[in-house]
Every structure is written in structure tokens, then in C-alpha cells.
Design a protein around this ligand. Structure first.
Ligand SMILES: Nc1nc2c(ncn2[C@@H]2O[C@H](COP(=O)(O)OP(=O)(O)O)[C@@H](O)[C@H]2O)c(=O)[nH]1
Ligand SMILES: [Mg+2]
Length: 395
């Protein structure tokens, strides 16, 4: 298991640019709507401070890479095309859109904060980015509502004689969202609703769909094109708007991240993704230099381009995931050390971690050690972010 992050947004907001910057894959992009026909799947990374230096050894990652003490741990990123009005009914690329959304554990809603693209992704001026946020939330809510209604139908068509439970039918209908019967029951009751769907009106059903959506599809707003002045003004205004307090915003310049990564790849500059600075190597033409000066100003103001931060906020803050290193104090005989770093749900116990590594390890779980302190920990001990854990099994 690993997490899937879905990049969503109307056309021309910079999804492909963000995706390419994060994965350095080459998918078509351009200032025209619908250039991304197929959803693109790629490997992006979350940064985790490597534990190896604490043990005076060098890590040998199996996946991703390590750059000067920072592990870049892979995570799946999907460029989800097809957000158009009516996408929840399968309009446009709606069906593919919904399939991709289903698979995403968390979303990054890429929004053009300059206000220079309208709802269809066509050039305009003065568009309010809040409309885009409302539009996506409404589209998601309608999709959830459709599924909720099917769950209610399922409940109604159940045999009258049998003990019927609405939360069971809803959990079944919403299995793709990974919400349990217990959680559903809690949500229904928390909204002050009865456990009998026949007592719900339209508003109740909508409120319920929205609440389930918020819980099962957490979201970060990637406030993109923040390199433009107009975007900064909108950013200041919207992050100050109490109606949008429920959302997490990350200012992003996908453009800047891509330029820096390309420069690094070409050997023109030295840049580690997500860093606050970069170094220019050698001479550059005046025009390139000017572009980099602008990026430097942006980094000075925002601390980073925001691509890495949006991804990490999605996994570590919105989903509450943690990264844990399975390992020992010393390298193995072949020199390998801290080869793995896994990202999984926060609150997981040592035993759950063992199962996560392998069923055999879970089944044979005897005890675990916190490698840093050397202390033995029990099966029920909850792990923390960046723990280094050694597991002892019976086999
Ligand atoms: N100023 C600025 N323009 C950007 C940024 N990211 C993307 N763009 C531009 O926005 C347009 C649409 O980008 P694209 O990635 O194709 O958007 P998509 O349709 O959402 O996949 C292109 O002209 C990009 O160069 C950014 O961070 N800043
Ligand atoms: Mg695109």
C-alpha cells in the first residue's frame, strides 16, 4: 500500500506543470484547455529527514533517493483531467475523472490564483478563485450525493423482515471511499439526524453527502501561479476570508519548480526540490538570469516553490500519515542501511507496522525495538513520525 494524491482543477490552472515539476515526467501541457486527455500517473516524493546520519552511516534507499540528509520517499501522483461542470454525471471526461478521484486518498486542488482563467479554463481577467473552490466542492458533493442516494435505495429495497441498518447499506455503497459503518453512524448522529433515512429531507441528504466527502477526500488548495502579482493579492484576501477557513492553502509556483528542476537536470544550477535556495553554476545568458532572479525573489518571499510543500501537506497534515524506517543500528553485511522508509497512517501500532511490512512479519511478531533509544516496545505501541523500528519475529 502507498498513498495516491490526485491533482484536480479546471483546465489551464497548471496541473500538468505541477505534475511534471513533481515527477519530471513529460506529459503534454499548454495554455489550452483539455490538452491533458489521459490522466497521468507518476512518482512524486515527500521529504523526510533521513535518520542515517544519527547513526553515523550512509543510507542506501531501495526507492526514491537521499540528498544531503533528506530522503525523498516516493508517493503516487495522478494528474486528474476532466473537471468540467457536470463531471459528476459523467459529462466531458467525467467518468475517467470519477475513477481517478475514487483512487485518490487525498486531493491537491490546483487553483489559478491570478484570476486570469474562467471556469472553462479560457483566458479572462478578474475571475474570483473562490468560484473554482466552490465549484469543485459542489461537484464532489453532488457525486457523493448520487452515491448516497443509491445507498438509501439499497436500504429501501432490503427485505422488510430483516434487521435493516442504514449505516451498513451506506458503507457498502460507499466502500470505495473506505468509510466504515461505525464512522458513518457517527457522521449521521453528529449531524443530528435519525438513523432512519425516511426521516431525511433534501437538505439532510446534502449535508450528509458533504460531511462524508470532507472526511473521506481531504484536500489541499495549491494556490498556483503565486509568482504573479495578481495571485498574491488574491491569496492574501482569500486566506483571510472566514468562509474558507476550513481549507489548507499552500502558495505554489509550479512554473518556478519546473524551471529549477530543469536547470538542475541540465547542470546549469544546483537545486534540491523544495529548498529555499539554489546555486547558479557558471555563466548564463542575461534573459535566463533575469528569470532566475524572479524565482529567487519568490523563494525569498514564500520560502519554497510550494510543489513539495503541497504534496507533504496533503500526506502528513491532511491525511495525518507518518514515515517510519524499518531497520537496525548498523548496516547489513552487504553495506545496505535504512533501505526503506514507509509512509502509512498515523496512529499505527508496532504490530500494524509489522503487518504492513509483510503478513509473515505481522503473524510472527514477537516484539519491536525503538532503534534510537534501544528500548523494547510492545505490539500496541503507537509509532511516531521518523521512528526507526526493528522487529523481532518468532520465525
Ligand atoms: N505564471 C505561472 N504560470 C503557470 C504556472 N503553472 C502553469 N502555468 C501556465 O499555465 C498554463 C496552463 O498550464 P498547464 O500545466 O497546461 O495547465 P492544466 O491544463 O491545468 O494541466 C500554461 O501556460 C503554463 O505555463 C505558474 O506557477 N505560474
Ligand atoms: Mg493538463
Amino acid at each position: 500500500m502507498s498513498y495516491t494524491i490526485g491533482l484536480v482543477g479546471k483546465p489551464s490552472v497548471g496541473k500538468s506543470t505541477f505534475f511534471n515539476a513533481a515527477t519530471m515526467n513529460d506529459v503534454p501541457e499548454g495554455a489550452y484547455p483539455f490538452t491533458t486527455i489521459d490522466p497521468s500517473i507518476g512518482e512524486a516524493y515527500v521529504r523526510v529527514e533521513c535518520a542515517a546520519p544519527e547513526f553515523d552511516h550512509t543510507c542506501t534507499p531501495n526507492h526514491g533517493y537521499c540528498a544531503e540528509g533528506v530522503r525523498f520517499v516516493p508517493t503516487k501522483l495522478v494528474d486528474v483531467a476532466g473537471l468540467v461542470p457536470g463531471a459528476h454525471e459523467g459529462k466531458g471526461l467525467g467518468n475517467q475523472f470519477l475513477t481517478d478521484l475514487n483512487e485518490a486518498d487525498v486531493l491537491i486542488h490546483v487553483v489559478d490564483f491570478t484570476g486570469r482563467t474562467d471556469l472553462e479554463g479560457e483566458p479572462t481577467t478578474g475571475h474570483d478563485p473562490r468560484d473554482d473552490i466552490d465549484f469543485l466542492e459542489a461537484e464532489l458533493d453532488m457525486w457523493y450525493l448520487d452515491i448516497l442516494k443509491k445507498g438509501i435505495e439499497r436500504y429501501r429495497s432490503g427485505y422488510a423482515g430483516e434487521e435493516k441498518q442504514i449505516e451498513a447499506d451506506l458503507a457498502e455503497q460507499m466502500s470505495a471511499f473506505g468509510i466504515s459503518e461505525d464512522e458513518l453512524k457517527q457522521v449521521i448522529l453528529a449531524l443530528g439526524l435519525d438513523l432512519d433515512p425516511e426521516t431525511w429531507d433534501d437538505d439532510d441528504r446534502e449535508a450528509l453527502a458533504r460531511e462524508i466527502r470532507i472526511r473521506t477526500k481531504p484536500m489541499v488548495i495549491g494556490a498556483n501561479k503565486a509568482d504573479a502579482e495578481a495571485a498574491r493579492e488574491n491569496y492574501a484576501e482569500i486566506t483571510d476570508d472566514p468562509d474558507y477557513e476550513h481549507l489548507t492553502f499552500v502558495p505554489v509556483s509550479a512554473h518556478a519548480e519546473k524551471a529549477l528542476k530543469k536547470g538542475d537536470e541540465a547542470g546549469v544550477l544546483d537545486y534540491r526540490p523544495g529548498d529555499a535556495e539554489f546555486e547558479i553554476l557558471g555563466e548564463l545568458p542575461e534573459e535566463k538570469r533575469a528569470g532566475l532572479d524572479q524565482i529567487e525573489d519568490f523563494l525569498g518571499e514564500f520560502g519554497e516553490t510550494g510543489v513539495q510543500r503541497a504534496i507533504e501537506t496533503a500526506l502528513f497534515e491532511e491525511l495525518g500519515a507518518i514515515a517510519v524506517f524499518p531497520g537496525a543500528r548498523k548496516p547489513q553485511n552487504d553495506g545496505s542501511f535504512l533501505q526503506d522508509c514507509f509512509v502509512f497512517p498515523g496512529g499505527s501500532t508496532a504490530e500494524e507496522f509489522a503487518y504492513y511490512l509483510h503478513t509473515d512479519i505481522g503473524e510472527g511478531f514477537l516484539h519491536a525495538h525503538d532503534v534510537r533509544s534501544g528500548r523494547q516496545i510492545g505490539a500496541d505501541t503507537e509509532l511516531s513520525h521518523r521512528d526507526v523500528i526493528e522487529i523481532t519475529t518468532t520465525n
